[in-house]
Design a protein around this ligand. Structure first.
Ligand SMILES: [Zn+2]
Length: 89
C-alpha cells in the first residue's frame, strides 16, 4: 500500500503546512498589532495626548437652559433637540 501511505503522508504534510501557515499568520498578525499599539503609545507619550476622538468635544456642547431638560446640544444648535427651548439669542 505504497500509494495509500504516500497520499496519507501528503494529506498529513498538507495539514501540517496549513497549520504552520495559519499559526504564523496569527503570530505575525498579533506581533504587528502589538508593534502598532506600542508605537501609538510611544507617540502619545512623546507628542502629548494625541488627537482627540472625532466628533464634538463634550465641553463645547450647549446645555439646554430648561432646567427640567438639561439636554446637551451641539454648539451650532439654536434650539434644544429634545424640548425645543431656545438655546441662545
Ligand atoms: Zn431642552
Amino acid at each position: 500500500m505504497l500509494l495509500g501511505e504516500t497520499s496519507a503522508f501528503a494529506v498529513l504534510l498538507t495539514l501540517l503546512v496549513v497549520g504552520f501557515v495559519g499559526f504564523f499568520v496569527v503570530v505575525v498578525g498579533s506581533v504587528i498589532r502589538a508593534v502598532t499599539c506600542a508605537f501609538r503609545t510611544l507617540g502619545r507619550a512623546f507628542f502629548g495626548a494625541g488627537h482627540p476622538d472625532p466628533g464634538v468635544p463634550v465641553n463645547t456642547l450647549v446645555g439646554c437652559p430648561n432646567t427640567r431638560c438639561g439636554y446637551l446640544n451641539p454648539p451650532q444648535a439654536r434650539y434644544c433637540a429634545r424640548c425645543g427651548s431656545r438655546l441662545r439669542g
